[in-house]
Structures are given as C-alpha cells and as structure tokens.
Design a protein around this ligand. Structure first.
Ligand code: BTN
Length: 255
C-alpha cells in the first residue's frame, strides 16, 4: 500500500480475515501501538459489525469495505468534522466510480433511496489523556443476493449492482482510493479549513420536504426538516410550527 502523505493515513494497513468489528479491533491496536495515528484496520468479514444507534451492520465475507481508521484527535470539536469527512469520502469515492450518491442526515450514504454505506465514529482515550478517534466506514461493494437478509433487500444496494455488468470492483483498489480521499479531507481539517468540509457536507445532504420521524432513545420527533446548521444539527418544524434542533438519532423516511 503506497504511503499517503502528509498525514500518513494508511501508512500501515492491517487486513484481517475475520473480526468481530474493525472498530473494536482498531481500539485494541490503538491502545498497544506507540504511533497509532493513520493505521487502518480492514477485514474481509465482520461477525458483529456495528452500526449507529446500536444497529447491527451486516458485513458478509468479501461483501464490502469494512474498515476503521485511527486518528489522533487534536481537538474535540473536530469529531463532527471527521464524521462529515468520512461520509463525504464515501460520496466522492462512489463518484470516482461513476455512481451518484447522496447523504441523508446525519451521515448515511444513499444511492437512489437505498443505503450503500455508513460511518460510525468513536472517541477513545489513551494514557496522558491522549484522545483517538476510530473512524469506522462500511461500504457495500459486492453484496451477493444470498448474503442480503430479506428485511434489507429493498433498503440497500452495493457498487457491483449499480455498475451493471461491469466486473466486480476490487476491494483493495476501493480502499486505496477511499484512503486517498479521506486523507485530503484530513488535510482540510488540520489546516483549519473547517468551512470547506461543512459546506460540502451541507451541499450533499438531501433534505426531505415531507414529514420525517426521528427516534432519539425513547423519544420520537415528527416534523419537516427545515435547514442544517454548521454544528451538524438538523432543524425540524413540527405541525404546530414549533422548531427543534436535533443532533443525533435514527431517521425514518418514507420510501
Ligand atoms: C451506520 O450507518 O449505521 C454506520 C455503519 C458503520 C459500519 C462500519 S463497517 C466498519 C466499522 N466497523 C463496525 O463495526 N462498524 C463500522
């Protein structure tokens, strides 16, 4: 794997056959490695892949790019930017392969109303209060019909299906490109060009013009999305006109 300068994302790529979750594996590696920043953990299969809001992330063998990138977090405020950067990376990567994808708030990647990828970021501490970010990215590449659970068949898609009869994308090449793109976003973040990431994220989010339901723990909010804030919040307007800002949660859209 070529070195990716100047931020050395992918300076070391550890590719496993099978892990529970690359995010979990990346935490172990981050704790034991002296210079963990930029190490990437990838697996052919995840037996307990994790999604946002405690969902499972189905990660069959050779079905996608299941990876976690270890980032040394210099500023806690950057967590959101890295989340946006990771989801934009997937959008740009798909664009490189000729697939037009969009983001659905907060950071899910969709193509024609079907989910193709998602990101799960976690912050962990090491000695001397050093903070590391585990940037987990899941992208469906060659998801066979057999490995797709029935309840997901209408809701998800993968690169191979979208590329019609083209040969299956090579997961190593996909990862290489993904790391290149993610590195360039890391460069914007560390050089202080926060607005560039925020603007791009806003430009790529599709805001439904109809009512959506957002579930935050045991709470459920119904309303129409109005606008996005720079801090990643979504402004929702309820039927009675009251506005509320939400920062996380599971969103249910009509198909
Ligand atoms: C979501 O949209 O719910 C987020 C999905 C994130 C999945 C990736 S796959 C690699 C990494 N390891 C995990 O267990 N989850 C993330």
């Amino acid at each position: 794997m070529k070195q990716l300068h100047p931020y050395k994302i992918g300076k070391k790529v550890l590719w496993f056959d099978s892990v529970t979750s690359t995010n979990t594996k990346a935490v172990e590696i981050m704790l034991r490695e002296h210079k963990a920043h930029g190490i990437v953990v990838v697996a052919d299969e995840q037996t307990h892949g994790r999604g946002r809001v405690n969902r499972k992330w189905i990660s069959p063998r050779d079905g996608g790019v299941w990876c976690s990138i270890i980032i040394k977090l210099e500023n806690k405020k950057d967590v959101l930017l890295y989340t946006q950067a990771a989801s934009l990376t997937v959008v740009r990567l798909l664009e490189f392969y000729g697939i037009r994808a969009q983001l659905r708030w907060p950071n899910d990647v969709y193509v024609m109303k079907k989910k193709i990828g998602g990101v799960l970021l976690e912050v962990h501490s090491k000695q001397h209060d050093e903070k590391f970010l585990i940037v987990g990215i899941g992208l469906n590449v060659n998801f066979s019909e057999d490995s797709t659970p029935d309840y997901l068949k209408m809701k998800m898609t993968d690169m191979h299906r979208l590329l019609n009869n083209a040969p299956k994308p090579d997961r190593k090449e996909v990862l290489q490109k993904l790391l290149e793109i993610f590195s360039s976003y890391c460069h914007f973040i560390s050089s202080g060009d926060r607005q560039r990431v925020i603007k791009e994220w806003k430009d790529n989010i599709v805001l439904e013009r109809k009512e959506i339901k957002i579930v935050i723990g045991k709470r459920c909010i119904m309303g129409k999305p109005v606008t996005l804030r720079d801090d990643g919040g979504l402004v929702i307007e309820a039927r009675n006109g009251a506005r509320e800002i939400v920062h996380a949660g599971e969103v249910f859209f009509e198909a």
